[in-house]
Design a protein around this ligand. Sequence first.
Ligand code: ADP
Ligand code: MG
Length: 477
Amino acid sequence: MGVQKCDSVWKKCQEVIRDNIPVSAYTTWFAPIRSVSLENNILTIEVQSDYVREHIEANFLDLLSKVLHRVIGPDARLRYKVRIADTFITENQRPAPRIRNVDIPAPDVASSYEGSPYLIPGIKRLNIDPHLNPQYTMENFIEGECNRLARSAGLRIASTPGRNAFNPLFIYAGPGLGKTHLAQAIGIAVKEHYPEKVVLYVNANTFQNQYMNAACTAKNNNNSNEVSDFLRYYQLVDVLILDDVQEFADKKGTQGAFFHIFNYLHQCGKQLILTSDRPPVELQGLDQRLLSRFKWGLSAELLPPSYETRLAILRAKSQAESVDVPDEVLEYVARNVKTNIRELEGTLFSLIANATFTKKELTLRLAEDLVDKIVCEHKVEISVNRIQNAVCTYFNITTDQFLSKTRKREIVQARQIAMYLSRNLTKTSLSSIGTQLGGKDHATVLHACNTVCDLMDTDRSFRGYVTDIEKQLTSAE
Ligand code: ADP
Ligand code: MG
């Protein structure tokens, strides 16, 4: 094999080594090493002295062997050529052997790699990007009655990750109420306390894609290493934040992989933080084994913020933007945008942008115009989940009863009303409505809608129920 090939192979090895040890160690021990040849999978490298060779063997042999197996293949062997400075050899000194073969340990099945995108197992020093947004800090996360429990659990986790009663921490809330912000803030706070801990934030969709890629590659290559690499990569994490776990619904393979990772990390005392748009009991399409684990720690809800908290958030955001917004404008926005903090801050930013671009003053009038538009749009945004909750509250039945298989008349009717309202008030497809409301198919939903229409025509009190609930859902909150 040509010199060029051995150079590029060694370069690749060096890159992987560099990513896995401290920079200073890399610069001292590995950067100066040159490759000499690569023949029959034997890579010969030239080191400056026996001292260097001994040091590398004593400290980095494991790493080196893994790197070589990964880059060259399972039959990789290493040979050193020790450069001897002639001046140091006196006549009666026998020169140290110039060539030394090193039998690097055979790879175990798990560590024979085919260019896996994941890091090498057994090497704890991970250089992975935690995917944390520096803006999402605890300091920026305004405290209120609505988030007190989740926030203080987060603070506890930050000081004692994995060693607390909140493992996993399961944060749930409707859209735009701060799940991602809080989960990220916990990750950032852990890093502040323990810079050496490996923190990883991942959205459930990203996790699902990574898993699918690993599974597909494994299938195409007819070996399961890709999947084991994927699992092992996640097993090296100290604090795993999985955002939007409801996205795992009906994805069995992904759930299986996550189940594996969850168990491993939990057993090792590593911290897990999960977020979801609904509480564990309402997560449909998720394996019972996973659901029961989600309940092991603490489930904390983020509620819509009170007026005072909304105002505090608006104050903080306008300060962060260094814009002086009149109190009456902040108060007006806080009074009128209530259920979604993303919308709350969105309204504020639109106001600021509007005033800046049109060179208008940021007045109450401007706020009224803008908020009208936004609140109006908001009214039509009703989710199936919200409808389900409204129906359950109205008829005073629990979510469990609502989602159960029971054929009890009042429960069946409540489900049918929820289906009917979901069809009329949301843009959700029939089959998705069915899945969300107790795992029914689209024909059942259609049948429910027809039944409700018939009953509304013939039964006045029934019509009263339906219109009451509908009014509650569509009236401004
Ligand atoms: P979710 O993940 O629940 O949909 P996000 O975490 O993305 O919501 O929050 C939406 C926006 O609201 C973000 O810009 C976030 O910074 C802001 N936000 C949410 N809760 C708070 C809070 N308590 N204090 C300050 N900002 C908040
Ligand atoms: Mg989010």
